[in-house]
Write a new protein. Structure first.
Length: 104
């Protein structure tokens, strides 16, 4: 089994070839190719490479599938006994990418 751990948008993701993941929004067109070079760990069957902090020469090649917004999250603030109520909604933008290849 081949997988890698990449870092993007301040978060870390465990990815394998053929997988689709939603990451923080990246300004790029749909269908464009994207390379992640911040690879923290690569596992290829029995071979394990751990970066300090990143693995040298490793990259993950991806293709942008779509740009979109997540489901609405409700932000509700409430103070009891003070008639204070505020309701606000938020939709986080995301980029969905498909992992094409993990290069060691």
């Amino acid at each position: 089994m081949k997988f890698a751990i990449i870092e993007t948008g301040g978060k870390q993701y465990k990815v394998s070839e053929g997988q689709k993941i939603k990451i923080e929004k990246i300004e790029s067109a749909e269908g464009a190719n994207l390379n992640f070079d911040k690879v923290l760990l690569v596992v290829d069957n029995e071979e394990i490479k751990i970066g300090t902090p990143y693995v040298d020469g490793a990259k993950v090649e991806t293709k942008i599938v779509k740009q979109g917004k997540d489901k609405k999250k409700i932000v509700f603030r409430y103070h009891s006994k003070n008639r204070y109520r505020k309701k606000k909604g938020h939709r986080q933008p995301f980029t969905e990418v498909e992992i094409a290849r993990i290069v060691i």
